[in-house]
Design a protein around this ligand. Structure first.
Ligand code: MG
Ligand code: MG
Length: 273
């Protein structure tokens, strides 16, 4: 598939239509529903992780995801999501140089040695959950293992910083510094975000930034934190299908995400079993 450069303004035009402005602090009863939504999303990702093996197609995993979500009483959040055209599937499945938003085509077959990223969102009783993981299929080179480790640890670090009184820029800077100290790069084009009754709400939580800037975190905020890391450069491109985002230089990428509540007792990961 031919690679096209990211069309300037495309992302922001889409985001203007779907991004909810303003910070909505969740009440305890809302957090209780979001915890259930997060648990469902985690169960789905766990099911997918167990099904990933050489020879399986992305479309088969997508079907499994939708079946599991509906069985658990929720709805897919990504299907029909506004973009260049409505998103056509339940999950995004991105392999190797595909960073995010990979469409799970029937002819996208998982092979030994791949890095496979799965991102999934659900809606449960009107509230969203959003989470992602990357996994190595069989044996992968040391560089790929290092990329996975660093991206996962960047997420763990980001979660540990989600305390009231910190700022979004503290999280952003921590992710950027940690990733870059290992020689990898963070995307500038795609960002973590608030989440609740909308999949994307304020505040944005970029994977780069300055400490002491951005929104002050308060109890009741819920954030989707999601380091997106590239081996070669920070540059991305979008494939002709207008959804699949790849590294511009074809280098490996990884993505981990959790939906995390900021509480007076500290960060609580909602997207866990
Ligand atoms: Mg996601
Ligand atoms: Mg997200």
């Amino acid at each position: 598939m031919r690679r096209s450069r990211l069309v300037p303004g495309l992302v922001s035009r889409i985001q203007r239509r779907t991004w909810r402005k303003g910070i909505h602090l969740k009440r305890p009863e809302e957090l209780a529903i979001m915890r259930q939504a997060g648990r469902i999303n985690a169960l789905v990702l766990q099911t997918l992780r167990q099904a990933i093996r050489p020879g399986v197609s992305a479309a088969e995993l997508d079907e499994l995801a939708e079946k599991t979500i509906r069985k658990l009483g929720a709805r897919p959040a990504f299907k029909g999501y506004p973009g260049p055209y409505p998103y056509p599937a339940t999950i995004t499945l991105s392999i190797n140089d595909e960073l995010v938003h990979g469409i799970p085509y029937p002819d996208k077959i998982i092979r030994e040695g791949d890095l496979v990223s799965v991102d999934c969102g659900v809606i449960y009783k009107g509230y969203y959950a959003d989470a992602a993981f990357t996994v190595a299929v069989g044996e992968v080179p040391p560089l790929a293992q290092e990329l996975l480790r660093v991206t996962k640890e960047a997420l763990d670090l980001a979660i540990r910083m989600a305390w009231p009184g910190r700022r979004t820029g503290d999280i952003s800077a921590a992710i950027q510094q940690f990733v870059e100290s290992h020689g990898f790069h963070v995307t500038r084009q795609y960002t973590g975000h608030g989440i609740g009754r909308w999949m994307h709400e304020d505040p944005a939580v970029p994977n780069f930034g300055e400490p002491g800037t951005g929104e002050v975190l308060r109890p009741g905020m819920v954030l989707a934190l999601e380091p997106m890391v590239l081996v070669g450069t920070e540059e991305t491109a979008v494939l002709d299908d207008e959804w699949t985002v790849v590294s511009a230089d074809g280098s490996l990428t990884a993505h981990f995400e959790h939906t995390v509540a900021v509480t007076e007792f500290g960060p609580q990961v909602l997207t866990k079993v």
